[in-house]
Design a protein around this ligand. Structure first.
Ligand code: 6PG
Length: 246
């Protein structure tokens, strides 16, 4: 299968600080567009460690007032099988770094419940997304990271959720981690209006090269191809250092 990320734009930055500043500016721009169009901005946050510094920047005096938090709807792209206060919870990371530090109404934050039975949580979240965004369930923005194995959200190589074509949210058992995850599906991500990957660090370089340089690829991150949305990869130079054509 052709690498679908050829439809995605790539921007390479000298360091994570510069990457984060451009990402924050892009998020502000996308939010402003959404507010002009429909007076609300829906965003699904990425988990893991990379976005934490971006979330801190968005909560800073420099950026926090550039978003209208009363009209911002925050969702999560995936969640671990953990309670919201657990160290590994993506909600806990985003809440500590951002949500607890900005004036977002609690009812605007839609937590993906990692602490309950996975299938139940996935169905519950799908209903919340449809109720909140409407049946077309198009996020204005989905932030994504990528693991060094090419997973994105909790769409890991060789897992069941990769085959899900109808649902928006899936419970996904990840054998290599011996854990249940919850994740937006390719369908949910590929119907978003904007998808922004944030990938930094030398340990991602091999996966980045596979995503962009290989002709046939089966990494989940390569299959992110928004039908009629924009997709851009923000890479720091370390993550991009094996790329030939940028
Ligand atoms: C998660 C994330 C996951 C993450 C990648 C990269 O729950 O772990 O949603 O998809 O984006 O694993 O993680 P790092 O940013 O920590 O490298």
């Amino acid at each position: 299968m052709k690498a679908s990320t050829k439809t995605c734009e790539v921007k390479i930055f000298p360091d994570v600080e510069t990457l984060n500043r451009h990402a924050a500016a892009l998020i502000v721009e996308i939010a402003a567009q959404a507010l002009r169009a429909k007076d609300e901005f829906s965003v699904a946050l990425a988990g893991g460690s990379t976005p934490e510094s971006l979330y801190n920047l968005l909560a800073s005096v420099e950026f926090k007032n550039k978003l209208d938090w009363s009209k911002t709807l925050v969702f999560f792209g995936d969640e671990r099988g953990a309670a919201p206060g657990a160290a590994e919870s993506n909600y806990r990371m985003a809440n500590d770094a951002l949500l607890a530090r900005v004036p977002i109404p609690p009812e605007n934050v839609f937590r993906l419940r990692g602490e309950i039975e996975p299938e139940k949580s996935a169905a519950e979240y799908e209903a919340i997304i449809k109720k909140t965004l409407g049946d077309d369930a198009r996020f204005d923005l989905i932030l994504l990271g990528m693991g060094d194995d090419g997973h994105t959200a909790s769409l890991f190589p060789h897992t069941e959720a990769l085959r899900e074509t109808e649902k928006l949210v899936a419970a996904n058992y990840v054998e290599k981690l011996n854990t249940n995850r919850l994740t937006l599906t390719f369908r949910a991500i590929n119907q978003a209006k904007n998808v922004l990957f944030l990938v930094a660090g030398a340990k991602k370089a091999v996966a980045v090269k596979k995503v962009f340089d290989a002709e046939t690829i089966d990494l989940p991150a390569s299959l992110i191809k928004p039908e009629d949305g924009k997709c851009v990869w923000f890479l720091d130079k370390n993550a991009a250092n094996l790329l030939k054509r940028f």
